[in-house]
Design a protein around this ligand. Structure first.
Ligand code: HEM
Length: 229
């Protein structure tokens, strides 16, 4: 019987942590995309949604700490899995072995995941400063900034640079989710050959739904949304 420590530090253990933390992150982005759709309902609808979230009181910071833990686990385990995979791949090269699907194809997918993951991490830092920690740095907004969250989002997307920048990041989010959700099923061992097509389709649907929902919001705010009162 292997110990918990061995299970968590083994290559397969790290993949499972990466997949489980991915489930948490996916649940968050699906909920966040859905909640943000209230932007389409205008100032009243979006601020009411923000106020409901903040009315959770102590539950909100608890959920936020959980979210930070999920994202950190996901990033650390992703880096560890990539390192293990690179080490295994260089052994395959030395032993002149071919990996499934060919080494270049595998390495392309994993490079894409690391690159899109790092872009999303950089985005997340900027995003939180811009929309979540605004109470700490803006003279215009204090601890009750969420009463004016619509105005904050509206102002951000009056800039062409923010609008186009957000849209570009959402394309990377789509790629990251498509391959990520697919390999999550793989790591959890539920992708057997009979279900491969179903899970591949499901990964594509989740990726498209989330990224397209986020993607339409910046141009909507730029071109169509009513200015805050
Ligand atoms: C068009 C795209 C997006 C818009 C308009 C948007 C908008 C917002 C807003 C207004 C907040 C502040 C919420 C509050 O204080 O209650 C927020 C928080 C946050 N957003 Fe986004 N977001 C977008 C995309 C994303 C994406 C793609 C991610 C993740 C990859 C993300 C992750 C987060 C996180 C982690 C928080 C903090 C949640 C909290 O502390 O409660 N957002 N977002």
């Amino acid at each position: 019987m292997i110990s918990l420590k061995e299970a968590l530090t083994s290559p397969i253990g790290k993949k499972v942590i990466n997949a489980l933390s991915a489930i948490g992150a996916v649940i968050f982005v699906v909920g966040h995309a859905g909640g943000n759709l209230t932007l389409l309902g205008g100032e009243g609808a979006f601020n009411a949604y923000a106020e409901k979230l903040h009315a959770l009181g102590i539950l909100l910071p608890i959920a936020e700490v959980g979210l930070v833990a999920v994202f950190l686990l996901h990033i650390i385990s992703a880096l560890a899995v990539t390192k293990d995979n690179n080490a295994a791949r260089s052994q395959d090269y030395e032993a002149n072995r071919e990996t499934k699907g060919g080494p270049s194809q595998w390495s392309f997918a994993s490079t894409k995941m690391i690159v899109s993951g790092l872009i999303l991490l950089a985005f997340l830092i900027v995003h939180l400063i811009q929309f979540r920690f605004i109470e700490y740095w803006s003279a215009d907004y204090g601890a009750e900034y969420y009463h004016d969250l619509y105005a904050i989002v509206y102002q951000a997307f009056q800039s062409e640079a923010w609008t186009v920048g957000y849209m570009a990041v959402m394309v990377f989010l789509g790629f990251h989710l498509r391959h990520g959700v697919w390999s999550m099923f793989q790591s959890l061992g539920i992708m057997n050959s009979g279900w491969k097509k179903t899970f591949t389709g499901l990964a594509l649907i989740v990726a498209l739904l989330v990224s397209v929902t986020f993607l339409i919001l910046p141009p909507y705010m730029y071109f169509l949304a009513p200015a805050p009162a």
